[in-house]
Ligand binder design. Structure first.
Ligand code: SF4
Length: 509
């Protein structure tokens, strides 16, 4: 992929909004209010819509929440907002049936909708018929952390397991001639998320389907880390021409997600107009499997050594190549550089250098993550040098290490896998993250999950070393990996217990 070219997807109508085809990449978010709180949900929905959200999703735990969506829809209409609403349904097919009567789109999770193929047929076909009757669109939303038992036993939690989980449902949609469908396959690990969506696009093309794609990195966290991780994952795929609607999941107020999503979309739309570059990167890397480009080591660069962060002033050792990205199509330019090295069998390590003249930190975070992240997602580069004279050096340094961490290329700090919060959340997500970060941010090699509820939390923090999960109001359960080790601790003692747990494993420094 040297030049930008958007995948040719079908158009799905969600209420009055068209998604896919040549329509703009749509931006969406999710409320974190209780869906039973009509007034609170309507107010937050209006805030989101005013900020630029083109769809608004609500958690829909049960039939009473699904029914209350009708009141929320009605009240929004009364106040002049007809932005489509999306019901987010897990575990209960009946809830999806109810929600289909009241809102423009229903998300179901193939991982917990039904387990056996027979059960899927029995529940899903009537649901599709209801959606046809009421003109309701659906999203098949697969998550890395919530694949069903049958899929896990056969494929493990692999990209193949995620695509197969989605395709089982999609093939039924095709057979039933149901076209009002969008799909997503999300993970908090950007590499897995990127590889899976690429695989999904390939398989759909092979089976003659061009269903629109919803993109997102789950549990991306907050602040700088959340922005970098989201921009790396979503931006890599959008740069590949994949994706028709996006949700940036930050553990912050939902409204804070919208400008980040907007910047990502704006940047991609600017890049799509970049002058074409001649050349091909065929066979440069396998888009669905990670492997690091084979290089010789030169000093601390290349070979099996971790990618390095360089400052503008540092000179390179002889034998280390500097790939200075200068055009508007930095990704294509860089891929062509690596393709030429490959065709000449050149194995010297490569540093990417890119100049940015912005003085806005968030712009730099997003643009550098989108442009430089893919090279580390695909294992091509051995170092990163961001030259941004109008931004403080410590911010540029932190961003550079952040890109390496977000792409899985090099871990230099504690990784927090935290949910964006929703109507199920059992504690204040922002202050809790701040408290846990203050206590643990020096534990450089750990991944800590901070999840608002026990229903989806433990599964969704798939590869965390430890988990802090809302178990009830004012109650927290702690996890070591996927195993619950302490249940229902009072919230005011939970961080202390987490520290004690890490200590008892000899991982406290
Ligand atoms: S983990 Fe639970 S609380 Fe957090 S976003 Fe997911 S469903 Fe909502």
């Amino acid at each position: 992929m040297i030049n930008y070219s958007r995948r040719n997807s079908s158009v799905v109508k969600v209420g009055n909004l068209c998604i896919g085809g040549n329509n703009p990449i749509r931006i969406q978010s999710m409320l974190n209010t209780s869906t039973m709180d009509t007034e609170g949900s309507v107010n937050q929905a209006i805030d989101l819509i005013k900020a630029g959200s083109e769809l608004v999703r609500l958690t829909t735990q049960g039939e009473r929440e699904a029914k209350n969506m009708a009141l929320i829809r009605e009240e929004l209409n009364k106040r002049g907002y007809n932005t489509p609403l999306v019901a987010d349904v897990h575990f209960n097919a009946k809830v999806a049936d109810e929600a289909a009567l009241h809102v423009e789109k229903v998300r179901v999770n193939p991982g917990n909708y039904a387990n056996s193929i027979d059960e899927i047929e029995q529940k899903f076909v009537p649901f599709l018929n209801l959606c046809k009757k009421h003109n309701t669109a659906i999203r098949l939303g697969v998550n890395h952390g919530s694949l069903n038992k049958r899929i896990l036993e056969k494929y493990g939690d692999t990209p193949q397991g995620m695509t197969e989980s989605c395709m089982e449902f999609l093939r039924i949609c095709k057979r039933e001639n149901f076209n009002n469908v969008i799909i997503s396959v999300k993970a908090s690990n950007t590499r897995i998320m990127v590889q899976t969506v690429r695989q999904m696009a390939r398989i759909m093309q092979k089976e003659d389907m061009n269903i629109p794609l919803h993109l997102g990195v789950t549990e991306a966290g907050d602040g700088e880390d959340g922005r970098i991780k989201s921009a790396v994952g979503i931006g890599t795929l959008l740069s590949d021409g994949l994706g028709d609607t996006i949700r940036v999941s930050l553990s912050e107020s939902p409204v804070a997600e919208i400008p980040v999503a907007q910047r990502i979309v704006d940047f991609i739309s600017k890049k799509s107009k970049a002058p074409k570059i001649e050349g091909s990167d065929e066979n440069l890397y396998d888009p669905e499997h990670y492997s690091r480009r084979e290089t010789v080591s030169v000093g601390e660069f290349g070979g099996n050594q971790v990618p390095l962060v360089l400052t503008a002033e540092e000179t390179l050792l002889n034998g280390v190549l500097d790939c200075v990205l200068s055009s508007d199509n930095a990704l294509g330019e860089g891929r062509l550089f690596f393709a030429n090295l490959k065709s000449n069998n050149n194995k010297q390590p490569v540093i990417l250098t890119r100049f940015y003249d912005t003085s806005d930190v968030e712009t730099l975070q997003i643009e550098a993550s989108i442009e430089l992240g893919p090279f580390f997602i695909d294992g091509l580069a051995d170092g990163i040098r961001i030259v941004a004279p109008n931004i403080a050096p410590d911010i540029v340094n932190s961003l550079s290490y952040g890109i390496l961490q977000a792409t899985g290329a090099r871990m230099t700090k504690t990784e927090y896998i935290s949910c964006p919060s929703c109507g199920r959340t059992l504690f204040d997500i922002e202050s809790t993250i701040a408290k846990i970060k203050a206590a643990t941010s020096h534990l450089k090699s750990l991944k800590i999950g901070i999840m608002g509820c026990i229903v989806n939390g433990p599964g969704e923090m798939a590869d965390a070393d430890y988990g802090y999960v809302g178990a009830g109001v004012g109650r927290i359960s702690l996890y070591r990996g996927q195993q619950c080790v302490e249940k229902n601790i009072p919230e005011d003692q939970a961080v202390e217990h987490l520290i004690a747990l890490i200590r008892s494993d000899g991982k406290w420094v």
